[in-house]
Write a new protein. Structure first.
Length: 382
């Protein structure tokens, strides 16, 4: 151990500590001798307390990456995607920030800022993942204090259910525009049109291949999803339980047939190897959800339509089917829901809106118009 004054009038502290069975030297330059002595005492105190010294330089994002890969890799694809989303948010804010130097005040300031622009449910989910990471770091002996303790999580009110889909007039406006303007050079438009016409999830559309299109039967087979973080395809949601064949309109299949010609020209001109995926960028990559949403928001603003995300295309598709009195079993199967219960949980508010219309139908002498017709004579019971 040594503390000495440097020619530039700063103070240098050097301390030797045992890390993983080997002695390593920790250095620091400070303005005052007192700060240098504090540094020396701090590292000796860490060594004596049994803190994991080999990871004292690890950043918060780096540790969170290790935590997710080690403890969350066995979770479902959807759960892993949610954790990945939290990791990206933490990386964007705390990149390069050592875990040991982050304070509770830093966490509170971050959550306050995050809450200004996100729903309270999103804020709570992010904080849950962050707190799990910090708890793991404490258990690993990297830090000693819970910097997530007693943090106030804030956020905006959740988006109302009716704000997640387009009303019928806006749907028609967007649908007509997409049919007229969408092409392979505006790939996000083709993607949005596909979602509107099929109700598929973003990852499912990314996983659709040309070979999944049946132009004779006017159907599309959904049997995989693209997992962006792994850069590969996998089973559809529910390990294949969402596999289905979707019937679509003849005009839409005609549109896809023309799009395939543009797709082939694009791949050839950009020297991209054709791996059969329906939607590929000029670089041969899959579309990113964030970039699609950004472009879609700009288009909706141009058309004077309320802002919704790409997932809102799926909600719009489902809502339109419900309002047109399609059978709930059919809708659930088409959307890849496991049951009608899942359909009701997601779109119960839409079914509720139709109660008045259904009541009117039942109260309008339901059944009496059939009683006296010759084909429906009542047979008395013996």
């Amino acid at each position: 151990m040594s503390v000495k004054k440097l020619p530039n009038k700063k103070w240098q502290a050097r301390v030797s500590v045992k890390v993983g069975g080997e002695f390593r030297t920790k250095n620091g330059n400070f303005k005052t001798k007192a700060e240098a002595l504090d540094f020396e005492r701090e590292w000796k105190g860490k060594e004596a307390s049994g803190i994991e010294l080999s990871k004292q330089d690890i950043t918060l994002p780096e540790y969170m990456r290790e935590f997710i890969d080690l403890y969350k890799s066995s979770k479902s694809e959807r759960t892993q995607e949610i954790y990945e989303g939290s990791y990206k948010k933490i990386l964007g804010k705390f990149k390069g920030r050592k875990l040991v130097n982050i304070t509770r005040a830093d966490i509170q300031k971050y959550m306050n800022e995050f809450g200004k622009h996100h729903a309270i449910t999103t804020s709570k989910k992010l904080f849950q993942h962050l707190h799990q990471t910090i708890t793991s770091a404490i258990n690993d002996g990297i830090i000693t204090r819970d910097i997530c303790a007693h943090i106030e999580v804030t956020g905006n009110d959740p988006v109302k259910a009716e704000e997640k889909y387009l009303e019928f007039e806006d749907y028609l406006t967007l649908l007509q525009y997409l049919y007229q303007e969408a092409n392979y050079n505006r790939l996000y438009m083709e993607f949005a049109l596909f979602a509107l016409q099929t109700g598929c999830r973003f990852s499912e559309i990314s996983g659709v291949k040309v070979s999944d299109l049946d132009f004779k039967k006017n159907t599309i087979t959904i049997q995989r999803q693209w997992i962006e973080r792994k850069k590969k395809s996998g089973s559809a949601k529910g390990n294949g339980s969402s596999d289905r064949i979707i019937a679509v309109s003849k005009p839409f299949m005609n549109h896809l047939e023309y799009m395939l010609e543009e797709r082939e020209q694009s791949l050839i001109s950009n020297n991209i190897k054709d791996n059969d995926y329906l939607f590929l960028t000029n670089e041969g990559l899959h579309l990113q959800n964030d970039s699609c949403n950004k472009n879609l928001h700009g288009l909706l603003k141009k058309l004077n339509i309320k802002r919704i995300n790409m997932h809102g295309m799926r909600h719009t598709h489902a809502t339109l089917l419900i309002y047109r009195h399609r059978d709930p079993w059919y809708i659930a199967k088409r959307l890849g829901h496991a049951s009608i219960k899942e359909l009701d949980r997601t779109y119960g508010h839409v079914f509720h809106k139709m109660d008045a219309e259904n009541d009117k139908f039942v109260m309008n002498d339901f059944g009496h118009d059939l009683i006296d017709t010759p084909k429906n004579k009542i047979i008395p019971l013996k």
